[in-house]
Design a protein around this ligand. Structure first.
Ligand code: FES
Length: 111
C-alpha cells in the first residue's frame, strides 16, 4: 500500500518547462512543470505506450517522441493524431518542497 497523495520528487527536480517520469507502485506517472505549476498524467502515451517524459513539452502540450501525437497536459486531452484517447490526469500539490501526486483523483483542470 502506498500513502496517498504520494511525495514523488523535490520541486527542483523538475525545472519549469520540463517533464520527468516516475514509477509510483505499478503506475508510470509523468510530472510536468508548466510555468511553475506542477501537473501529473499517466506516463505512457495512449497510442503505443511510449514514455511521455521522452517527448517534447511545448507550453502546455506534450508531444510524444514516437509518432508525434500530442496531449494538452492540464486536461489530458489528445490534441494531435495519432493520439485519440485522452490521458489520465492526477491531482498534484506542493508541500514542504515536494511534489505530491494523488493517484485517486483527476487534476482539477481535467474535464
Ligand atoms: Fe505516442 Fe505513438 S506512441 S504517438
Amino acid at each position: 500500500m502506498t500513502a496517498n497523495p504520494v511525495a514523488v520528487c523535490a520541486v527542483e527536480d523538475i525545472p519549469a518547462g520540463t517533464v520527468k517520469s516516475f514509477e509510483i507502485g505499478d503506475e508510470l506517472v509523468a510530472i510536468y512543470n508548466i510555468d511553475g505549476t506542477y501537473y501529473a498524467t499517466h506516463g505512457s502515451c495512449t497510442h503505443a505506450f511510449a514514455n511521455l517524459a521522452d517527448g517534447i513539452l511545448e507550453g502546455d502540450v506534450i508531444e510524444c517522441s514516437l509518432h508525434f501525437g500530442a496531449f494538452h497536459v492540464p486536461s489530458g486531452k489528445a490534441v494531435q493524431a495519432p493520439c485519440f484517447t485522452d490521458l489520465k490526469t492526477y491531482r498534484t500539490e506542493v508541500k514542504d518542497g515536494q511534489v505530491l501526486v494523488d493517484l485517486d483523483s483527476p487534476a482539477p483542470t481535467a474535464p
